[in-house]
Every structure is written in C-alpha cells, then in structure tokens.
Design a protein around this ligand. Sequence first.
Ligand code: ATP
Length: 435
Amino acid sequence: MELSEIISFSKKNGFVFPSSEIYGGFSSCYDFGPLGVELKRNIKNYWWQKMFQRNNMAGLDSAILMNPAVWQASGHLTSGFADELVECKKCHHRFRKDHIKGECPDCKGKLTSPQQFNLMMKTFVGPVEDKTAQTFLRAETCQGIYLNFQNVLQSTRKKVPFGIAQIGKSFRNEITPKNFIFRTREFEQMEMQWFCHPKEAEKFFDFWLQQRLDWYKELGIKDLRTVEIPEKERAHYAKKQVDIEYKFPFGWKELEGIHYRGDWDLSNHAKHSKKDLRYHDQERKEKYFPHIIETSVGVERLFFTILCSSLKEVEGGRSEKSKKEKEIVLKINKKLAPFKAAVFPLVKNKDKVVKKAKEVFQLLNNFSVYYDETGSIGKRYRRADQVGVFWTITIDFDSLEDNTVTIRNRDTMEQKRVKIKDLKECFTKEFLLTD
Ligand code: ATP
C-alpha cells in the first residue's frame, strides 16, 4: 500500500490521529486512537514477555528527566549526538546532510555549508529559567539503565551476564521528522542492555541479533535485511552496529539497531561520577566494566512496520455481497491484533438471539472483544477484517438450541462450531502471548 493510503487508513480506523489537529497539527506529533493504543500496548507487552522468557533479565522504568551531567558523560552534549544540518539559501528549508540525496530542495537553491545541530531537547527544572536550571528530555532510554546498573545488581543479586530491559519515551529534536510515524520528535523505545564479560561480547552480539530476527519472523514481518554499519557512520558509542532494516513504502530504512557499546557507557559514567561502576566477578576473580550489547527499537516505528506489512488489499471481495469490491484486510499477527474477536448476533431484531450474543460477549470480557449488531452480517465481517479482528463469533438460532456459536477465522475464512462453554479455553490457547 502507498504511504498516503496507510495514513488515511490509520486515521479512519482510529489507529493514529495527527496531534492538535483542530489547530492545524503540530510538528510531526501524533496521537494514538482507540485501536492504536491497543496495538501499541500489545507490541510492548509482547516485547516485554519475549525479552524475559528464558533470559536472565531485570526490568526498569527510569525517569525522563535526569541530572544534566548524565548527558555530558554520555557524549550527547558534544558532537556525539549532533546531525549535520544544511540550509537552502533560497527557500530556507533545513535538511540533514546525510539525507540530502533524497530531499534536495525543489527550488534547486544552493545549500549552506554543514553545521552541527544537537538533537537534545532542552527544558528547565524549577522556577528559574537560567543555565543552572537547564536539563534535557532524554534522547534514549538506555542511560537510565547504566546509571542503575549497580542498583539492579545489588537489589536482584544477578550475576553477569544478564540484561536490563526498559520501555519508555525519548525525545529528539530531529531536523527533518517525516514519513508519518517513522521519524518523530517524541517516540517510545524498547531497549535492552545486556551486560557481559568482554570476551563474550561477540558471541552475545550474534545471539541477540538472531533473537530479534526470530521475533520479527514470529510476528510475520518479512522484507527485512541486516546491514552492518561501517565505522565512520556508526553512533559515537558503537564498536559494532548492525541495523535491522525493513522495506518501507519509501525504501529500506532502519527498524532496529543492535549495538556493541563496549564499556563506553559504564566507564564514562564512572569517570564523570567518580563512582566505581565495575563488576566484581567472583567466579573469574576479576573486576571489570562489563561490555554491553544493546537492542533498541522504536515502538511507533515497529507499529508502522506492522501496519505496512499486514495491510492487504483483496481484489474481488471476500464476503458474498461484495464480490466485485476491493476489501482491506489487516492480516496482523493474532497476538498483536487490537481486537481478538467480535461477537455478532446473526439477526438483531430477535430478542433471544441478541440476549444470547450479549451473554457470550460478557463471558469474553477479559479478552479484547467487541459487540456489533449494526448492518448486514457481511458488512460486519468486512469491518472486522479491516481492523484485523482474528475471530468473528456469530450467534444464530441454532445457538439457542445447542449452545454453540460459529467462529470464523479472518485469514482462512473457515468457520467452525464451538460450544459456548469451551470458548474461554479456546481464547486462552489461541491468544496467549508467549508459549
Ligand atoms: P536514524 O538513523 O533513523 O535517525 P538512529 O540510528 O539515530 O536512527 P538509534 O539511536 O539507534 O536510531 O535508535 C534506536 C531505535 O529507536 C531506531 O532503530 C528506531 O527504531 C527508534 N528511533 C530512533 N529515532 C527515532 C525517531 N526520531 N522516531 C521514531 N523512532 C526512532
């Protein structure tokens, strides 16, 4: 699907709305609507569970605002976190120098020579707005993890190798945010930092890269490739970097970054804070800065990837009444689907059928399910398919006699009769996040 179609699909169906829309929108900011918020939550829950499963992992939720010294130590306030900015002398639009190939100004004006532009967003803490009160909105969630490395060690008694996972907001004053929710100034990251002995870093880099690729496969995302980033293009902290790229409607772009950060973070924070952040390895009888492997993906970028890879146009229609129409089906992984099922009474003017359908809906209220009795059954199927509902459950006259319902599968459109008393168990088996 084209980008413009994905954007209008997202708005029409309550996935993504432009922020502050009635005031003309705001600076590449977006709001997530009723279905978007469900999808986002499912993505985060699935990532969280997947990371913890079989892995030696601890969780964290650190503050967005931190002592500004953190950003000095991390290298974000120096050129480490700046993009090169060029300005068109004619139309005064600003561009990232490394993006300029695809974005040469339409007016064909001459460009200024590049200037460093720091992406950290400034703010003030407290009533006085001067330099001493200035701090920054975090540009990546992982710094909170490094600062709490010793706290986590002491409170959990974990031993290296282990990981710390965190999901949270990050902010970057991107020069050219664009392509819908691909690049925004406010976004959420799902980051995992794996602390290991330096000699094991290469092995764990490969392990985590494979784990992440396997997860995307499980989600049904195809069109992925890995790209090893050469030294001069790598982030300032990275000793090795492999980007997992997806083929977006505007070309191959980074979805997730796997970084070998060495001891850059812990050793710099130790130097600046004058605290000993080394790990005392009892088994090896060594004291050292653990090396870090990071996996980092943006929630919204993955959300967008999932929409791009799941939205399908089916020619000729799928339901009886719409044989000639084009239908949209969101063939999303069932575990991520905003709604797992929809409950339909076959007819809406028959009290007993409606009553039974509402009872079934109540029975399933622990799952993400909606009830719909408006319009023809064909229309209700189409509406459900469009937003990725995996099962549609129909209650008909037979249901009144034998307490069974018809379950229709979104992808195969196969229908089967199931006893109402078995429904909860079927749901638990089908939609359990990890098994
Ligand atoms: P890019 O080259 O696209 O600017 P990056 O290399 O700076 O990204 P990282 O710092 O490695 O990105 O961030 C890790 C992940 O966080 C990215 O792979 C992406 O999924 C997400 N991310 C980074 N910046 C943004 C943004 N401005 N909007 C949405 N997601 C982002």
